[in-house]
Design a protein around this ligand. Structure first.
Ligand SMILES: Nc1ncnc2c1ncn2[C@@H]1O[C@H](COP(=O)(O)OP(=O)(O)O)[C@@H](O)[C@H]1O
Ligand SMILES: C=C(OP(=O)(O)O)C(=O)O
Ligand SMILES: [K+]
Ligand SMILES: [Mg+2]
Length: 587
């Protein structure tokens, strides 16, 4: 076994300063600590650098001004290096400004994903979202053309290259869901109570005949029966099937509402979801495979798979990607949004690189009141298995139309933050809503506030994390990260630094959800972007060597030169080079 566990600590520090109970809490024997020749004098003074400058969610002008941000306006002045210069460190302007202004402890830990659509696809708007805290841009392959998607990916890439951001791109497949057609170009249609509408698999010329909806699934008319309930978008609008005429199904509207293009359709019989031949549709359709090829060619960072039923499809896709993706692989995110995915939850999550609680469709397949407990269960399993988890859909639905969220929406966001999910996602709010930037600011403000509150209340401690390592070497990494996180909390250090080539050590630290932020230094821009989905990680790109001492010195001087750390800050450094933990003050 060539790996060694080096726990470095300063010579000038005397373990006697720590009392027995603390040693016990830290979980290791201080007598075994080897003095390390170069680390600086460790000062175990307890520092409080928590900033108070959390922006508030609501303005005092009765919401007219919408959302307030305490963000400085001149981010553009913080230029970030564009190319991979070995003598520099890459970090985006927003993180840099945030660290300078508010200190380490107040950085946001919860990551934010914005679905990009017609209102946010312009280059300037993408930058506004990046400044507002977008960590990942999502494109939903249900909507838009190939050209639109390609252009969008290029814009995000340009933004990253020119401004130093690490905005990752997530491609979300359409899947074999049953959905309506395009409404003949109309942006929406109103269905009123008692109206009779025709749902048909026939192809129509635009504009569509009055009260007619196209359905994308050929077996539709055969699968439904008279008396079935038809739910649009999980129940936003409801119809009852009254007659079948060949390919046409006549339905009477029982719950009026707005029909949106390509809205999802489910049908129910005697209170249960009808699963006829549609249950046999493949998870990844032939169109999805073409989209996946496109995503691989364009080098997206994440592919989210809709309506996953089993672990097999994820394994199959991962091997497909491995054989084709150029540099490194693409992370596969399993969307949990069907009854089958709940049945096979643990093995699906094990096979995936992350999961999404896709509450939109999930709420159409299980009773709505069951969604919160399933959300909690999925978040918990992901944390235990060390897979990033995204909570998605309808967080700020009312902000599609209004500039302020409802109190209930703020409470929902708070709950997902409190559960310490890795990321929160906006859908319609940022794709086609009237207040995309304000919606993002609400997510940001609520995340900061709830994270700070929860830290101050010391509520984060309880979670037991089972061992997940599959090899002895993995066990070493895992134990090092668990210990480093515990040390960081007990000593109230300012930050954990992790030097990680693959990102694995960074994710293990993130899994511990420590009280301080984790600065993750990695050599490649692709890993840096991928880490941007995970809770508490601030990813930097840095060329580093196998010599930890010189890595640390280089990092300190680069970060100090940019005013991002200062002498005396207490940090814990962890690396997958030496399998080591070092506790030290910034010189
Ligand atoms: N690329 C796009 N082009 C046009 N409209 C889009 C695009 N992406 C999203 N939208 C709009 O934003 C809405 C919300 O996005 P999302 O939740 O991802 O889709 P869906 O409602 O199909 O699940 C969509 O219903 C659609 O109206
Ligand atoms: C995120 C979801 O998937 P989509 O928006 O693709 O329907 C969902 O159903 O909640
Ligand atoms: K989708
Ligand atoms: Mg869905």
């Amino acid at each position: 076994m060539s790996q060694s566990f080096n726990l470095y600590i300063s010579t000038s520090y005397s373990p006697k300063h720590l009392n027995q109970s603390l040693s016990k809490k830290l979980g290791f024997n201080w007598n075994r600590i080897e003095p390390h020749k170069t680390t600086q004098k460790a000062a175990f003074t307890i520092k409080a650098s928590v900033s108070d400058s959390i922006p508030s969610v609501l303005t005092s002008d009765n919401g007219a001004g919408g959302v307030l941000s305490s963000r400085p306006q001149n981010y553009a002045s913080y230029a970030a290096p564009a190319v991979a210069d070995p003598s520099t460190i890459e970090v985006d302007a927003v993180t840099e400004a945030e660290l300078k202004e508010n200190g380490f402890r107040s950085t946001r830990r919860t990551k934010l994903i914005c679905t990009i659509g017609p209102v946010t696809c312009g280059a300037e708007h993408l930058e506004t979202l990046a400044v507002g805290g977008m960590n990942v841009a999502r494109i939903n392959m249900c909507h838009g053309t190939r050209e639109w998607h390609r252009e969008l990916i290029q814009r995000v890439r340009r933004l990253n290259e020119e401004k130093g951001y690490a905005v990752a791109i997530m491609m979300d497949t359409e899947g074999s869901e049953i959905h309506m057609g395009d409404l003949g170009g109309a942006s929406s249609a109103k269905a009123e109570d008692g109206e009779v509408w025709t749902f048909s698999v026939r192809a129509f010329d635009s504009p569509l005949p009055k009260h007619t909806i196209n359905v994308n699934y050929e077996g539709f008319a055969e699968d439904v029966e008279v008396g079935d309930e038809l739910l649009v978008d999980g129940g936003m609008v409801r119809f009852q099937v009254i007659e079948k005429i060949g390919p046409d199904v006549k339905c009477c509207c029982t719950d009026p509402g707005l029909l949106l293009p390509r809205a999802n359709l489910t049908f129910w019989r005697d209170g249960s979801l009808v699963r006829e031949r549609n249950a046999m549709l493949p998870t990844i359709s032939s169109k999805d495979w073409l989209d996946i090829d496109f995503g691989i060619a364009e080098g997206v960072d994440f592919i989210a798979i809709s309506f996953v039923k089993s672990a097999e499809v994820i394994k199959h896709l991962k091997s497909y990607i491995k054989a084709r993706a150029r540099d490194g692989d693409i992370s596969v995110i399993a969307k949990i949004e069907s009854i089958d995915s709940l049945k096979n939850l643990e093995e699906i999550i094990r096979a995936s690189d992350g999961a999404m609680v896709a509450r939109g469709d999930l709420g159409a397949q299980i009773p709505l009141e069951q969604v919160p407990s399933e959300q909690q269960r999925i978040v918990q399993i992901c944390r235990q298995l060390n897979k990033p988890v995204i909570v998605a859909s309808q967080f700020l639905e009312s902000m599609i139309e209004y500039p302020t969220p409802t109190r209930a929406e703020v409470a929902d966001v708070s709950e997902a933050v409190r559960q310490q999910s890795d990321a929160l996602m906006l859908s319609g709010e940022s794709a086609m809503g009237q207040y995309p930037d304000k919606a993002l600011t609400v997510l940001r403000s609520v995340s900061l506030r709830i994270e700070k509150w929860w830290r101050e209340e010391k509520r984060n401690e309880a979670t037991e994390l089972p061992g997940i390592a599959l090899s002895f070497s993995d066990s070493i990494s895992e134990e090092i990260c668990n210990s480093a996180a515990k040390l960081a909390n007990n000593l109230q250090v300012d930050a954990i630094f992790v030097y990680t080539k693959t990102g694995h050590m960074a994710s293990l630290l993130s899994r511990c959800r420590p009280d301080c932020p984790i600065f993750a230094f990695t050599n490649t821009t692709t890993i840096r972007r991928r880490l941007n989905l995970q809770w508490g990680l601030i990813p930097f790109r840095l060329s580093y060597s196998d010599d930890m001492e010189s890595n640390l010195n280089k990092t300190f001087s680069l970060l100090k030169a940019r005013g991002m750390i200062k002498s005396g800050d207490l940090v814990i450094a962890v690396s997958d080079i030496l399998q080591s933990i070092q506790v030290m003050n910034v010189p």
